[in-house]
Design a protein around this ligand. Structure first.
Ligand SMILES: Cc1cc2nc3c(=O)[nH]c(=O)nc-3n(C[C@H](O)[C@H](O)[C@H](O)COP(=O)(O)OP(=O)(O)OC[C@H]3O[C@@H](n4cnc5c(N)ncnc54)[C@H](O)[C@@H]3O)c2cc1C
Length: 475
């Protein structure tokens, strides 16, 4: 047994060399404080391996000496999963130096990468070969492929291209005992029994450390049109979604709901951002169509606007005339998240519902929140083309922090109970981590829990890897 930090440090320094270990308290900060500043942890040390073999050696050492460990990617996860445990110190294994593009095959439409590649760098590499990796969201400049795999990330283009589950063809994983499971297949069809890679996708690092992935590419879009459309209400936004899916030749790639309050938050965070309309409207939709090859996207959008206006679904619309204008429209979507953050303590949720229930749910949930706390502000936006809402809550500003936390806790319980009534999910994209664990466990039946625990026990009987995420620790 050699789990004290000094011995571990000596082992890691010998194996990984200079720069492979971080132990200076000020350097540790960026690994221990999450994006929102909500969670802080304390690792034994941070290890920064450069190869799969180094990851395997570290994990085998930890297994042998009973040292708990957790993988960290870009540290943009929102449920506290990559945070080192504050109670039982873990070795934090950062994948940031395992960041090579291994191979691109433009004819097979695949890219093979190290798990520590930042998502944006994978998208850039694909572009050089006239392809795109379609996973896209505002954290793409920081999050890593291993983190995307482990959280089954989604984002803006899910309605057209799916989540990571649909985008991963092959994986390489270091199992909790240090063995390497190499299944870096680049096959679009493969029906050889159980699809083991799917177990690691969305497992939040509890079943192994992802070190490599083969990802599906799409042809690079040669033309894209972005529009902000003002609509009377959420029901009209949903009706417009149904129409757009049908009339845009299956080229619709994003469809985001943005109520007016969210625009105001974006302007708070970015006062220079112009309001694209002269009139204030209650609800907006940010939509995008994209195509490779020659398709008249302008005519497609104009037809959608005309039809939507006649049917009373569209009040007004702005079609971006340049990349810069499109970028400004997307800035509204990105900066509103920042504006929400600037307001201080708030509840962030990430729920999913059948798209056809979204309208009713939206109103029922808004009413339920208002009945419990009329001064709490509902900030509900999201990828409604996937039935995914960020139904977020800003508590009254005059409450002290403790009162805000208590109130938000009560409102969250009421909201999740309503999600249950509507047969929805409390986690559409972000996962369970530690933050959603209680609500997640409350929703599991006995059989589901037995299966979950059985899978974890098969891979990690000693509960050394990312223990306490998704399921509670038992030892
Ligand atoms: C502004 C903002 C916007 C966001 N928007 C979206 C969105 O639209 N859609 C969406 O899905 N998510 C979104 N997220 C959440 C987050 O970016 C994703 O969950 C992302 O996939 C996390 O990747 P990461 O590399 O940062 O992982 P981390 O935060 O480092 O880790 C996340 C989890 O994965 C595990 N993990 C990380 N790397 C590995 C590995 N190599 N092997 C095994 N386990 C690993 C960690 O232990 C942890 O449990 C957003 C986050 C922010 C801050």
């Amino acid at each position: 047994m050699a789990s004290d930090p000094v011995t571990l440090n000596a082992f890691l320094t010998e194996r990984l060399g200079a720069g492979g270990v971080v132990d200076d308290p000020s350097d540790l900060l960026r690994y221990t404080t999450d994006w929102a500043g909500d969670h802080r942890g304390k690792p034994l040390l941070v290890a920064r391996p450069r190869t799969t073999e180094e990851v395997a050696e570290i994990v085998a050492h930890c297994r042998c000496h009973g040292i708990p460990m957790v993988a960290q990617g870009g540290h943009t996860g929102l449920v506290g999963g990559a945070q080192p445990d504050a109670e039982r110190p873990e070795l934090l294994i950062s994948l940031e130096r395992l960041n090579r593009i291994r191979e691109i095959d433009p004819l097979n439409f695949t890219i093979s990468v190290d798990a520590g590649c930042v998502l944006q760098s994978v998208k850039d590499a694909a572009m050089e070969h006239d392809c795109d990796f379609p996973l896209s969201f505002s954290a793409q400049g920081s999050c890593q492929i291993g983190g995307n795999v482990s959280t089954n990330a989604g984002g803006l283009n899910v309605l057209r291209h799916g989540m990571m589950r649909q985008l991963v063809l092959g994986l390489e994983v270091v199992l909790p005992d240090g063995r390497v499971w190499n299944a870096m297949h680049a096959l679009h069809k493969d029906n050889r029994g159980y699809d083991i890679k799917q177990l690691f996708i969305g497992a939040e690092g509890t079943l192994g450390i992802v070190t490599g992935a083969v990802l599906k590419l799409t042809p690079r879009a040669q033309s894209t049109r972005t529009a902000l459309v003002a609509v009377p209400d959420v029901a009209a936004a949903l009706a417009l979604y149904g129409q757009a899916r049908r009339s845009c030749c299956d080229l619709l790639s994003a469809f985001e709901l943005i109520p007016r309050a969210c625009l105001e938050l974006a302007f708070e965070a970015a006062p220079d951002l112009p309001d694209p309309f002269d009139t204030v409207y209650p609800v907006y939709v940010l939509l995008e169509v994209a195509a490779s090859g020659s398709v008249d996207l302008d005519a497609m959008i104009e037809h959608l606007f005309e039809h939507g206006t006649t049917a009373g679904m569209v009040l007004d619309g702005v079609l971006a005339g340049s990349d810069a204008q499109a970028e400004r429209l997307w800035q509204i979507r990105e900066r509103m998240v920042e504006g929400q953050q600037l307001r201080g303590e708030h509840l962030r949720t990430d729920i999913a519902l059948p798209i056809s229930s979204l309208g009713d749910f939206f109103h029922a949930a808004s009413r339920a929140m208002a009945a419990r706390s009329p001064e709490t502000m509902v900030i509900a936006y999201g990828h409604i083309g996937d039935g995914n809402l960020h139904f977020n809550l800003l508590p009254p500003a005059d409450l002290d922090l403790a009162a805000k936390k208590t109130l938000l806790h009560e409102l969250e319980a009421a909201l999740f109970s309503l999600v249950d009534d509507y047969h929805g999910s409390i986690s559409a994209e972000h996962g369970i981590g530690r933050v959603k664990q209680t609500s997640f466990l409350n929703g599991l039946n006995a059989l589901e829990r037995e299966l979950f625990e059985g899978i974890r026990a098969l891979f990690d009987p000693d509960e050394l890897m990312a223990a306490g995420r998704i399921l509670p620790r038992t030892r």
